[in-house]
Design a protein around this ligand. Structure first.
Ligand code: PTJ
Length: 261
């Protein structure tokens, strides 16, 4: 595949760089074909969100960091897109919060598992769960390949971070009494609605921030983290993201009507 040269003065250079990263990861067997489609959907929501980390997203990031830090057995679930866009941050977050790293793919194949594992090891991971026969346990009432999990990881976890997920597994994990933290630009998705904590933000922006917040919260100690995690209402926070999107659209429509755009 020929790498694309993106002019630095292109008005959407940053977004094009992210796309290019995914395309490269697709040709390296890390990202699924549908991962490219999923990214496009995310981009559309990000556009409406104003392509920045909002106040409700910051709220959810703080709560997510607090929950990971106070969990007994937290796991970060990694799929193709997450590996391509945020492998280093996820490994760092795992080290700060003592979370295990587990590969969980919707479009599971041995080749993809190995490609994602290789990338995670290169990013500094020591132990990568959920590969091959190690994903020997099954999430009940789930028929997709996501049902296959590692008994040492997701199966026995009390908290699971699921960036860019599809709704079924989130619902199934919640049914198993696990706390689910989702990262999803679409506040209307089933994942976003069913998770205990939803960070409505682009993984590319929120992964480094989540890592930074976790590092600073860790210094504040367990009690402070428990307090932060306790007072959170995900429904209300999701509603705030939706209202922000609605307001952004209203502002754009008004500008359009006023002929200023
Ligand atoms: O690697 P695999 O095989 O596990 O497959 C991964 C994908 C993403 C293909 C799979 O999980 C899938 O099909 O997901 P969905 O159902 O398309 O959901 C992905 C969600 O992530 C959508 O709601 C998107 O809006 C959202 N999304 C896409 N890109 C980003 C994002 N959210 C945050 N940051 C992004 N960069």
């Amino acid at each position: 595949m020929i790498p694309v040269r993106i002019p630095s003065d292109h008005p959407r250079a940053e977004s094009l760089h992210v796309r290019e990263k995914l395309v490269q990861a697709y040709s390296n067997g890390i990202v699924a074909t549908s991962g490219l489609i999923a990214h496009g959907r995310g981009e559309a929501f990000d556009y409406i969100l104003g392509e920045k980390t909002t106040r409700p997203a910051r709220n959810a990031i703080e709560v997510a960091a607090a929950i990971l830090l106070t969990a007994n057995s937290p796991v970060i679930s990694i799929n193709g897109n997450t590996a391509a866009l945020a492998a280093k941050d996820m490994v760092r977050l795992g080290a700060i919060t003592a979370s295990k790293i587990e590969i969980n793919l919707f479009y599971r194949s041995w080749e993809r598992e190995l490609a994602v594992k290789k990338l995670l090891l290169k990013a500094g991971a020591h132990d990568v769960l959920g590969v091959g026969a190690n994903a020997s346990a099954k999430i009940p009432e789930l028929s997709s390949e996501r049902r296959r999990v590692d008994p040492k990881g997701i199966l026995s976890a009390d908290v699971v971070l699921v960036p860019l997920e599809d709704g079924d597994r989130t619902e199934a994990l919640v049914r198993m009494s696990k706390k689910v933290i989702a990262i999803d630009l679409n506040p209307l998705s089933r994942t976003a609605q069913k998770a205990n904590v939803t960070i409505v933000d682009n993984l590319v922006r929120c992964a480094p921030l989540l890592t930074k917040v976790a590092a600073s919260l860790k210094k504040k100690g367990h009690r402070e983290c428990e307090k932060i995690a306790h007072d959170f209402d995900n429904g209300r926070n999701l509603a705030e993201s939706i209202i922000l999107m609605k307001n952004n659209l209203s502002t754009l429509a008004k500008a359009e009507l006023a002929g200023r755009r």
